[in-house]
Write a protein that binds this ligand. Structure first.
Ligand code: FAD
Ligand code: N01
Length: 526
């Protein structure tokens, strides 16, 4: 029997939870389907040692409820995964959300039925749900990428994935451990794993630019101060580029003396904020020479920290401009390489050939290990959507996206009526504090549904124009100079289009609001 619902939401992370809450406010009969066994999304799945956010806790949380803001108290500048998961569980309980969420269930198919003007959705436990509206809150970083390492299935030791870390934890005490991958996950896990492992080898293909987090407990008075002025802080977040207020730049990096520039970089470095250094001057994201001054400042800090000059050099990114791949925030990452049992293995010099029964083989050696930790990233932004591959009016999403992801506002796709994507491609998604972006998307979607149209669909011409506008914005930056997951370069065969809106969250919000105010210009509502 097919169940009838007003709205089906897929995913119960930050996005799905808030979406459910808002739809209840419209009195819509909503059901949420979630593959995990509990709420939390990213913070349910990613339980590796050292996992924490890199946007400050009092900014990386919901703003929609002043009461929630007041009654939850964060303990650290950058809280660890268990605290963020506890927060999302608290939200689910406080707003009584669980009763409309089905856990341990995946959506496997979705197809638009043009006669009934509804979506027909199927789950992996054989259920069929018919819904007037379908909202994907499936996350930008929710489908881990299995690395193309030959022979991994032959390895007889333990393989752990940072993105699917065992709930009971994984003890590596006394073991020989290899970590593959040096993005944010690897960089957070390495110091923690080094503390327990007998030998730790870090296999690096591309080094990241990483900034020290200077994490610390929050003092009572600073929490009280922020809570007293939360509305003003939220305004500042929404007016900023990334949803993280930083002092805005006024000058070019090239118009100040090297001494003044370094002093500015140092001051921002000391803040322990992800975007502080890259926001120091107006042209770091657009001018290669300006960018190089900031990149070199970071390399200097790596050389200051790492005792062995060769290791420091291998850890220093040189193949792409700073900020064009996701920067990282760490606690003691570079320092870890000064420990005698920790070794960096440069896969650009000696590429990884295969896994064997007992370890990993490069062109130079066979590395015997007990545990391999895969910190190898995600099929970002489009992965979860294409895993289901919904079928729209005339074609499937994979057909529509054969040459790369396309959307209107990152919220809707032409030919896919009554379907919305929270933090979809070409929205600010991964180039922002995602909680702030999620709230804006959910509010916009909820307001659109509240218009009362039976069918709402993005026009192909509006989608075309949005793709052209957002691509032109990317072309004016340094982002295309990097092979990054932002552009799909980490997944074999993924068409290369830039997956985020680069104009900042304030500008993006302005454009979305303008569309809504102009009777949803670019959409057909019937
Ligand atoms: P998710 O939290 O990814 O939730 C999506 C949910 O959808 C998942 O639970 C998944 O199981 C479910 N799902 C997917 N497909 C299906 C399906 N077919 N059927 C059923 N369920 C499905 N962002 C920041 O802004 N700041 C940070 O500091 C930050 N730190 C991060 C740290 C890590 C380790 C990672 C991986 C990401 C981090 N991010 C950060 C990005 C983070 O993903 C977002 O901030 C945010 O948590 C996304 O919430 P979401 O609800 O959109 O997606
Ligand atoms: O993944 P990544 P991640 N052989 O894609 C390497 C968020 N996040 O999970 O770049 C060898 O960044 C790969 O090398 P290369 C944040 O948005 C935030 O770390 O392809 N190596 C790369 O080094 C982040 O950006 C936090 O050359 C292989 C690494 O694996 C995003 O999630 C914490 C390989 C993957 O890095 C993803 O981060 C965690 C192979 N076959 C995540 N395949 C915070 O701190 C891949 N690699 C908030």
């Amino acid at each position: 029997m097919t169940e009838e619902r007003d709205v089906l939401v897929v995913g119960a992370g930050f996005a799905g939870l808030y979406q459910l809450h808002r739809l209840r406010g419209l009195d819509l009969d909503t059901r949420v389907i979630e593959a995990g066994s509990d709420v939390g999304g990213t913070w349910y799945w990613n339980r590796y040692p050292g996992a924490r956010c890199d946007v400050e806790s009092m900014s990386y949380c919901y703003s929609f409820s002043p009461e929630l803001e007041q009654d939850w108290t964060w303990t650290e500048k950058y809280p660890a995964q268990p605290e963020i998961l506890a927060y999302l569980r608290h939200v689910a309980a406080r707003f009584d959300l669980r009763r409309d969420i089905t856990f341990d269930t995946s959506v496997t198919d979705a197809a638009w039925d043009d006669d009934r003007r509804r979506w027909l959705v199927r789950t992996d436990d054989g259920e069929e749900i018919s819904a007037h509206w379908l909202i994907w809150a499936t996350g930008c970083l929710s489908i881990p990428k299995t690395p193309e390492i030959e022979g991994l299935e032959d390895f007889t030791g333990r393989i752990l994935s940072t993105a699917r870390w065992p709930h009971e934890g994984a003890d590596v005490a006394g073991e020989r451990v290899a970590v593959v991958g040096t993005g944010s996950s690897g960089i957070q896990a390495v110091p923690q794993l080094a503390a327990d492992a007998a030998e730790l080898t870090v296999l690096q293909r591309t080094p990241s630019f990483s900034f020290p987090a200077f994490n610390r407990p929050l003092a009572d008075d600073e929490v009280a101060e922020r809570k007293a002025h939360y509305p003003q802080w939220r305004e500042a977040q929404r007016a900023s580029g990334f949803g993280v207020p930083v002092q805005p730049p006024t000058r070019s990096a090239l118009e100040v003396s090297p001494e003044e520039r370094d002093a500015t970089y140092q001051e921002r470095w000391d803040q322990g904020v992800l975007t502080a250094v890259s926001s120091a001057y107006t042209d770091i994201r657009t001018n290669p020479a300006a960018n190089e001054t900031a990149a070199e400042f970071v390399r200097e800090r790596i050389r200051d920290t790492v005792d062995d000059p060769d290791t420091a050099e291998v850890l220093s990114p040189r193949s792409y401009p700073l900020g064009t791949r996701r920067p990282c925030l760490d606690t003691g990452y570079y320092e870890t390489f000064n420990q005698p049992h920790v070794r960096l293995l440069d896969l650009t010099a000696t590429p990884l050939l295969r896994a064997t029964a007992t370890g990993l083989e490069t062109t130079a050696e066979h590395l015997e290990v007990d545990t391999i930790v895969l910190a190898t990233g995600f099929d970002a932004v489009t992965g979860a959507l294409l895993a289901v591959d919904p079928r729209g009016r005339d074609e499937s999403l994979s057909e529509h996206w054969a040459a790369g992801a396309r959307s209107y506002l990152g919220l809707a796709v032409a030919g896919f009526p009554n379907m919305f994507t929270v933090t979809g491609p070409t929205s600010p998604n991964v180039l922002s504090n995602m909680v702030i972006s999620i709230e804006q998307h959910v509010d916009w979607i909820t307001d659109a549904i509240a218009q009362g149209a039976e069918v709402m669909e993005a026009d192909p011409a509006a989608e075309e124009q949005w793709v052209a506008d957002t691509s032109a914005m990317v072309a004016g930056t340094l982002y295309p100079r990097a092979d990054s997951w932002y552009i799909g370069a980490n997944v074999d065969g993924k068409p290369r289009v830039f997956l985020a809106f680069v104009g900042g969250i304030a500008e993006y919000r302005r454009r979305c609001d303008e569309v809504a105010a102009a009777d949803y210009r670019g959409f057909t509502l019937t």
